[in-house]
Design a protein around this ligand. Structure first.
Ligand code: MV4
Length: 446
């Protein structure tokens, strides 16, 4: 087992990783920018190294600075958290060349899944159900038109280097296609420096259902069911839950087994999330994320498994600590993401937190880097905490979310907590009756 791990991240996820390391008897190294001298992750780690000025590309994204921090502290492995360098295959190659282990999959697997066409081809070959669409990349309007003839409309043009919603354009009919194709290509080129695009049938009202998987890198893998992450605004998730309100035990076993078999057969190592659109009781693969996700605690709550501990075990050459037949979901969990933003327009609102009081009690977890007196720097993501509740069933989880939101105190800045009070009163939310468009439509009507 590793003796010392460096956490190449900040905020609540850095704390999350430090906590797992502490329980495993592993020493921790925090890295931080000059804007994060007083950050909680720096206080909570055994050691810390300043790696540069506030902008991320000069600190949390600086590969030389992070490798230097490993060398001066003797850290053997890096946990990347999410965002920053977590899905950067070149980073993995470079640290491996320096004899440092990456707590995550191989550079090759990150590369395959980072290119959305090779990801889809790989999944298709492994019998994972995919959205009907073009055979690989579409290089001309002529080919695009042929795809439209074959699969019909509406369709969506997506950037191969995209993901997370950037570089996508919908065409409702063949007259729209030229514009969608050219716009998607030029947006892809300016956003990613790569104008390659592919085409899929556009699913009009799906849910976003994602399956948590884990591989040991030696041909064994498990799944830990699904999360319903349909409640999003501008491709930012707002609330996630597990189990999905629309998913039965039979459906979970069906899609879960497809996913665990797929990752086992490519010798995938570590945590992964296979994202699907789910419409009319059918799953359609869209992307795979090769990192630990923000919303992983809802899965931890219902399966009772520490996902970061499993990541560290696998990276250091151990087996997974559980088999599939030991994994049974229990109850229901919901995560509310708390952002330092002003409603109704979600404008980032960093500042000084004059008072922070975390809720507690049965089935309540708060993952947050806040403390009373903390000054939130303006340079980073506005996520300041996650409130995760667990109940015996969905109703109890929703009641517990309401109660714990009432207990939560964050003074001095505006936050998105009021949004959840409103959501919990809504009939569609109470009934679990929502899809990927529900939240944006509801915000428009409010
Ligand atoms: C789609 C789609 C409909 N049909 N693909 C958006 C982000 C990226 N991960 C994939 N996305 C979508 N792909 C097909 N073939 C609709 C979306 C989409 C979406 C997906 C998940 C969650 C929220 C979304 C909001 C708008 C569009």
């Amino acid at each position: 087992m590793f003796k010392k791990v460096l956490i190449a991240n900040r905020g609540e996820i850095a704390l999350r990783v430090i906590r797992a390391c502490k329980e495993m008897g592993i020493s921790t190294v925090a890295v931080h920018s000059t804007a994060d001298m007083d950050a909680m992750h720096v206080r909570m780690a055994d050691e810390s190294v300043c790696i540069g000025p506030p902008p991320s590309n000069k600190s949390y994204l600086s590969i030389p600075a992070i490798i230097s921090a490993c060398e001066v502290t003797g850290a053997e492995a890096i946990h990347p958290g999410y965002g920053f360098l977590s899905e950067n295959s070149n980073f993995v190659d470079i640290i491996n060349d320096h004899g440092i282990q990456f707590i995550g999959p191989t550079a090759e697997h990150i590369r395959i899944m980072g290119d959305k066409i090779t990801a889809k081809e790989t999944m298709k070959a492994l019998k994972v159900p995919c959205v009907p669409g073009s055979d690989g990349s579409v290089n001309s309007l002529e080919v695009a038109m042929n795809v439209g003839q074959n699969i019909g409309y509406p369709l969506i043009v997506k950037a191969t280097a995209g993901g997370g919603g950037r570089g996508m354009k919908v065409a409702n009919n063949k007259d729209d296609l030229e514009n969608a194709f050219l716009t998607a290509r030029s947006e892809a080129n300016s956003a990613f420096g790569n104008d390659e695009v592919y085409i899929e049938r556009y699913l009009t009202n799906p849910r976003h259902i994602e399956i948590q998987v884990f591989g040991d890198g030696k041909g064994n893998a498990i799944h830990l069911g699904e999360r319903d992450c349909s409640l999003q605004r501008r491709h930012q998730k707002v609330l996630e839950e597990a189990p999905g309100p629309s998913i039965s035990a039979e459906v979970r076993e069906y899609i879960g087994n497809i996913c665990s078999k797929a990752v086992a057969s490519i010798n995938y190592a570590g945590a992964g999330t296979i994202e699907f659109l789910y419409e009319n009781n059918e799953f359609y693969f869209i992307e795979m994320n090769t990192r630990l996700q923000v919303e992983h605690p809802v899965t931890e709550a219902i399966y009772g498994v520490d996902l970061v501990r499993e990541q560290i075990r696998i990276a250091s050459g151990f087996e997974l600590s559980l088999n599939q037949n030991e994994l049974h979901p229990n109850g229901h969990a919901i995560e509310a993401r708390i952002n330092a933003e002003t409603l109704p327009n979600f404008i980032p609102n960093p500042g000084t937190v004059t008072m922070f009081h975390a809720p507690g009690g049965l089935g309540v977890r708060i993952d947050s880097n806040l403390y009373s007196g903390y000054q939130i720097p303006p340079h980073y993501d506005s996520l300041i905490g996650k409130l995760i509740v667990h109940g015996r069933d969905r109703k109890e989880a929703m009641e517990r979310l309401k109660r714990s939101l009432d207990e939560l105190i964050i003074d001095g800045i505006d936050t998105t907590t009021d949004l959840f009070h409103d959501l919990l009163k809504n009939k569609d939310i109470i009934d679990g009756n929502y899809n990927i468009h529900w939240l944006e439509n509801w915000l428009l009507d409010k």
